[in-house]
Design a protein around this ligand. Structure first.
Ligand code: NDP
Ligand code: 8X3
Length: 261
């Protein structure tokens, strides 16, 4: 290990831990000896991950089945955490999605609501439930929001998703300002293309179309992003990374890619 492990014995809460980046974060935190609260909508998958992680690492895993769009459910789940699980040092706001790639004025209202409610309002609901716990305990803590390079500039058909990730950037900045007199740090991690279930969800189960997104490039893996999440969470108290852009090889920004044929 090339760094001092400052995370052992601490607790992380990760939203959207049933898949992709969130799941990798849970496993990597556990590898470093953190107890993890994993959340998502799919209860059976959360349970499978808990079993796998607890079998492989000497940590405890708590599962919470929740939809981040449901403000009351989020608040109640956090409020009723057993006391020892309320000592959250790291919050990873990761749950999120894109739906479709058609022109913005062709997006269904349902899809627009789902993306904004999950990526923007869900992040706020979870953050607002967890920050008071951190403040009450006066602990050094890190909130890591998973934004995206999609939030830097819009691309065709991505307007709603891009706007939601631009909101993640500004919510991260605003929270960092509001917490400047505390021991809580806020980081917006902005990945480029990561091969997860993201594109399958975006294209509503069309796996062939989803695979096409990553054709001719070597995309990031969820573990690559999780490595950076762990790096940020593990930094010494005095080091505050505001924003981190993580791209794959041959990606220059959210819109510029060089595909090998
Ligand atoms: P996945 O589809 O693999 O994972 C998404 C996760 O979000 C799942 O665990 C899903 O859990 C959860 N989720 C979705 N909606 C909700 C909801 N309403 N309530 C609770 N959990 C929810 O995709 P990724 O791992 O790629 O995505 C993770 C984050 O990374 C997202 O915010 C995405 O925008 C961002 N990102 C992804 C990039 C990529 O190229 N893949 C690049 C940049 C950013 P469940 O279905 O069980 O509820
Ligand atoms: C996900 C990356 O380029 O598909 O945020 O929007 S992209």
């Amino acid at each position: 290990m090339f760094f001092e492990n400052r995370l052992k014995g601490k607790t992380a809460l990760i939203t959207g831990a049933t898949s992709g980046i969130g799941k990798s974060c849970a496993v990597k935190f556990a590898q470093l000896g953190m107890n993890v609260i994993i959340t998502g909508r799919r209860e059976s998958i959360l349970q499978e991950i808990k079993n796998e992680v607890e079998k492989n690492y000497k940590v405890e895993v708590l599962t919470i089945t929740l939809d981040v769009r449901n403000a009351a459910e989020v608040k109640e789940s956090i409020d009723k955490l057993p006391e020892k699980w309320k000592n959250i040092s790291v919050l990873v706001n990761n749950a999120g999605l894109a739906l479709g790639l058609e022109k913005m004025y062709c997006n269904s209202i349902k899809d627009i609501d789902t993306v904004i409610d999950t990526n923007v309002k869900g992040l706020l609901y979870v953050t607002n439930a967890v920050v008071p716990l951190m403040l009450k305990r006066d602990i050094s803590a890190t909130i890591i929001n998973i934004g995206s390079v999609a939030g830097d500039a819009a691309y065709a058909g991505g307007g709603v998703y891009c706007a939601s990730k631009a909101a993640v950037k500004l919510l991260s900045d605003g929270l960092r300002i509001d917490l400047v007199d505390t021991k809580i740090k806020v980081t917006d991690i902005k990945p480029g293309l990561v091969e997860t279930n993201f594109s399958v969800v975006r294209f509503k189960g069309d796996k062939e179309r989803a695979d096409g997104v990553y054709k001719g490039i070597k995309p990031l893996t969820p573990d690559d992003v999780a490595d950076n999440v762990v790096y940020v969470a593990n930094l010494p108290e005095n080091v505050h990374v505001a924003e981190m852009t993580v791209l794959c090889q041959n990606q220059a920004d959210g819109r510029t890619l060089y595909r090998l044929s």
